[in-house]
Design a binder for this molecule. Sequence first.
Ligand SMILES: [Zn+2]
Length: 272
Amino acid sequence: MVLLRGVAAAVAASGFLALAAAANADAAGPPADRFDTVVIDAGHGGEDEGARGPAGHLEKNLVLDVALLLSARLRATGLRVVLTRRTDTYVPLETRTAIANDARGDLFLSIHANAVRDSEVRGTETFFLSLEASDEYARQVALRENAAFRGPSQRGAPVDDPLVAILGDLIANEHSRESNEFARLAQARLGRLDPDASRGVKQAPFVVLTGVQMPASLVEIGFITNRGDERDLHSRRGRERIVAALAGAVRDFARRYDARRGVAVGAPARAR
Ligand SMILES: [Zn+2]
């Protein structure tokens, strides 16, 4: 319930501006909007350590390193990259959303490492935002990743406000298709690293993805509670494989994004 109140408040805060902007763009004829800005969100940080592996490695450190490596790799291709954190600091989830929206990103990518009781479970999975979780497991993942959320929007508008509900539908649908598309591209690339360890694309109500006015996905790059995954995530080679897969997915997504918006293929392409 607390979670849904947060969702509703975030939607209420961001919804009207997004709708107004969309209406203006239609009236003026939308300009060619090239894919050029990626927001990378390293999960957790500071006092919020995230999950801890059996060898003692912390999710907050592993995902920050992957975020920094991915950022460098994407910048080298000409993309603009905005990080929600670049050091071991606590950044509230709603601040991460605000950073992403201020940057007017074309894609928001939140990077996490997974944790479950069963230490045999391993592999990668990618989530996109939905108010309903795709299953009980997805709901549990969202509960854990949302635990850092202690924002003022918990005191926000009640979810039974019909206007909020309608806005929620509109905003959720606005980028839902592209969020789903990126999640599938990312998971396809990650799956190629180790087909046996691909756990697929899922949906769940992640607070950090709510109110982000761009396509958004959350990637769980492995299970830190599995010794093999923890070792891989801690190794330079393992991280670089993940980074290469995610960079490839961003490139795949950018091509489709530009094609949909009529950006000429072969136009001066700083970003390719
Ligand atoms: Zn996490």
